[in-house]
Design a protein. Structure first.
Lengths: 347, 432
């Protein structure tokens, strides 16, 4: 670990609701300047974890450290928090609302006013500052929520599913903001169940499944480490047999453009409450469906994830016995595959 | 508890609410409405003078007709009207002798009413006088003020006529049987002080109504505010910067100041309106009828206001935190409203006998203390021990309510979805 002090550190944090274990002991450190994605399917425990960081709910056990010491109430003011369920006072004007949100984080009125003005200009809402929030469109309200989150220039941004429900324009705005923040060396933690977003934005990830952190680290390093295990296969023949080949952990069908297609569904479906085994079965079923995938020539690519320690050439030797293989090459795994594998290994 | 957080929350509550139209409608509207209800009708009637043309058929004779004409003269009716606090009616009396054919004459008089030559006609015959009645015929019979004055004047005229016939000096009888006026004095610690009974009544009623309105208006507003924060999910952002207890304290504090502002405006209006000269200019009121509020009553009223405010605001905040929509909360809220409305039932008995067992007992029930004790304190200062016991009981209940509310609040505000059961809410109190 780097010698720097983590901005945020979770130390074996747990939360149980009755018999339901929402967070089963998570330890995670986020260092200054990181954009860390907290990934996992819906219900994995992401929001509960974030709420415990924000002291909205108290953990049953464990500690939250902020800025190098056990969390103190005043530390929360250095955080910009955008909850998943977010809203504004409908009857307040945009200006009053932002002033209020700024003052809640300790900003003085005279500090807040020029910043609000700048921000409203940046998002092209300057003409709306005296309007009531209820007169604004949903997209405009999202911009106001974003401004409210960053107005006090927090050292740490915590965003819970920031991209859910955003229109494409605001998605761009949010991404620009995250990039801005990274350039300034500030720290960002955001949760998402969308692996693509995370893949594009994060430099570090923490994968959560069933309240447990199943994998954490730098994304590039994780990809490099797991890279030897991922292969791209284009073949025709009895594709259903691929799953039975020794050394093959998963076979994930892809559409022609190389984007995760059916597999996204498989992960989402398996992710809600599935064990590693279940997602594995779901992923494999996509291949079982028919002997030929894709177009008439049957050349749609398939992603193969190998068991740890399995050898690519060895697997290929098995495949050619029953498939007409046109392409077989090593490939960098995407987050989805990493996630499936991590969940499986954890199980 | 960080006070600066509570301050920011309280400031928002105060500033946004004081800018709403609803606040000013209630603040300005209520005193206007009360004033209109109190002096309006009297003022209207007092300033109204209606002219009434009346034909009087005297079938009795012996000077009864002249007696009635005198009793219906402007000077006589004005005196009666001012004594009874009613409007004056100017009568144009047309005294008519009875015709031979009574039935024909009656038809003729009816026709005159239809032709609008007269507004009404009276028939006074020996048989009617014997039965102590007289006939009044008019196009409209809903003019009860006119009929009142008429009945009064004719009774007086017939009485004088009978006395004169029995050989008495009517003028002397008048002097001997004059109606007496009542002068009211309030007995206080330092002696007696002239005060009009009705003036005192208005003070008691006014203070009671102010407190009543404030508890209803602001209680409901707190509940709606909390529910709005929950349903719009603003609460998620706020609780990340402010602890639930700070949020609650700021909210109740801010709205308490708002209620005090409103109360201040009302009291100032009341003082201004009762300043001699102002009300005197609009309604002719006898001296001493102007109510005043002693300092001790005012001091007690402020304590009772604070107790009442926190008693009900915590109750309403708790209800708001527990439910997800105003509709869901309405049932439970109506129970809260019961505690505010119930003292209305005790209003008349308590004000009539402020030391009765009913008054003492109900003023000691914490949820009734603010309103019932306001009545007692304003009507007649109760013994000190009763005030102390009532305040201690109510204060302890307020402390309990704040504790309960902060526990339900901190769990409830983040609970969306299904309506909680009583058992669940009890669990929030135990575990939070």
């Amino acid at each position: 670990m780097a010698p720097t002090t983590p901005t945020l550190e979770l130390r074996d944090v747990r939360k149980t609701y009755g018999d339901f274990v929402a967070v089963a002991g998570i330890s995670l450190a986020v260092e200054p300047g990181w954009i860390c994605g907290l990934l996992g399917p819906n219900g994995a425990g992401k929001t509960t974890t974030i709420r415990m960081i924000m002291d909205i709910i108290a953990p049953d056990a464990g500690e939250v450290w902020l800025f190098g010491r056990p969390r103190r109430p005043a530390d929360l003011r250095r955080i910009g928090y955008l909850p998943e369920e977010r809203g504004l006072y409908r009857k307040m004007t945009v200006l009053d609302q932002l002033l209020f949100l700024g003052e809640l984080r300790g900003l003085k009125r005279r500090e807040a006013l020029p910043r609000i003005e700048q921000w409203l200009e940046r998002v092209e809402l300057a003409a709306w500052s005296r309007k009531k929030v209820e007169e604004l469109s949903k997209g405009m309200q999202q911009k106001i929520q974003l401004i409210g989150t960053v107005l006090h220039e927090p050292d740490l941004l915590i965003l819970d599913e920031p991209f859910s429900g955003l229109d494409p324009l605001n998605q761009g705005l949010f991404k620009d903001l995250l990039m801005d923040y990274r350039r300034k060396g500030r720290t960002i933690l955001f949760s998402t169940h969308g692996m693509e977003q995370a893949e594009k934005l994060c430099d570090h990830i923490g994968l959560i499944s069933h309240g447990r952190l199943v994998l954490a680290g730098e994304l590039r390093e994780i990809k490099r480490r797991l890279g030897g295990n991922s292969f791209r296969l284009v073949a025709t023949g009895d594709l259903a047999r691929i799953a039975n080949v020794p050394g093959v952990a998963h076979a994930i069908p892809r559409d022609g453009r190389g984007e995760p297609g059916g597999a996204a569904g498989a992960v989402a479906a398996g992710g809600g409450g599935a064990t590693g085994g279940a997602s594995s079965a779901a992923a494999t079923r996509g291949v079982d469906g028919g002997g030929v995938l894709g177009g008439a020539d049957g050349s749609a690519p398939i992603k193969l994830l190998l068991e740890p320690g399995a050898s690519g050439p060895e697997v290929l030797r098995h495949l050619v016995t029953f498939l007409d293989v046109r392409e077989f090459r090593s490939e960098e795994p995407d987050l989805e595959e990493i996630f499936i594998q991590a969940v499986r290994n954890a199980a | 508890m960080r006070l600066e957080n509570a301050y920011v929350i309280g400031k928002r509550e105060y500033m946004t609410r004081i800018k709403t139209k609803g606040f000013w409608i209630a603040t300005v509207g209520l005193p206007l409405f009360m004033a209109a209800m109190a002096v309006g009708p009297a003022l209207l009637i007092a300033k109204t003078q209606s002219r009434h043309r009346i034909a009087v058929v005297d079938a009795v004779g012996g000077g009864l007709g002249q007696e009635i004409v005198r009793a219906l003269s402007p000077s006589a009716t004005a005196a009666t009207a001012s004594r009874r606090g009613e409007g004056a009616v100017l009568f144009d009396v047309r005294l008519t002798a009875p015709a031979a054919d009574a039935a024909a004459q009656r038809r003729e008089l009816d026709q005159m009413v239809r032709d609008k030559q007269v507004d009404s006609w009276l028939w006074l015959g020996p048989a009617e006088i014997e039965r102590n009645r007289f006939d009044y015929h008019a196009a409209s019979t809903s003019n009860w003020i006119t009929q009142n004055v008429l009945q009064h004047a004719v009774s007086e005229a017939v009485g004088r006529w009978r006395l004169r016939r029995a050989g008495y000096d009517a003028a002397k009888i008048d002097r001997l049987t004059r109606l007496l006026e009542i002068d009211t004095f309030g007995v206080g610690a330092t002696g007696s002080r002239a005060e009009a009974g009705m003036g005192k009544f208005f003070v008691v009623f006014g203070l009671f109504l102010m407190l009543y309105m404030i508890l209803i208006i602001h209680g409901t507003q707190i509940m709606q505010g909390v529910i709005e924060e929950k349903s719009s999910r603003v609460i998620e952002v706020i609780t990340s910067a402010v602890a639930p207890t700070e949020l609650m304290a700021g909210k109740l504090g801010g709205i308490c100041l708002l209620a005090l502002t409103q109360l201040g405006i009302w009291l100032a209006t009341a003082v201004l309106l009762t300043t001699p000269g102002i009300i005197g200019a609009v309604a002719t009121m006898p001296a001493g009828a102007l109510p005043s509020i002693p300092a001790a009553v005012l001091a007690n009223f402020l304590v009772l206001f604070l107790l009442g405010f926190f008693l009900f605001s915590t109750l309403y905040a708790m209800i708001g935190a527990a439910f997800n929509s105003v509709q869901e909360a309405q049932q439970v809220a109506s129970i809260a409203i019961f505690f505010v409305v119930a003292p209305m039932i005790f209003f008349m008995p308590v004000i009539n006998d402020p030391d009765s067992r009913l008054a003492v007992v109900t003023s000691m029930i914490p949820f009734f203390t603010p309103l019932v004790m306001t009545l007692r304190v304003a009507a007649k200062m109760p013994p000190t021990w009763q005030i102390v016991v009532a305040y201690l009981g109510c204060g302890a209940t307020v402390a309990l309510m704040i504790w309960l509310c902060s526990r339900v609040y901190r769990v409830g505000i983040l609970m969306y979805g299904k309506k909680p059961t009583v058992q669940e809410i009890a669990r929030w109190v135990r575990y939070s």
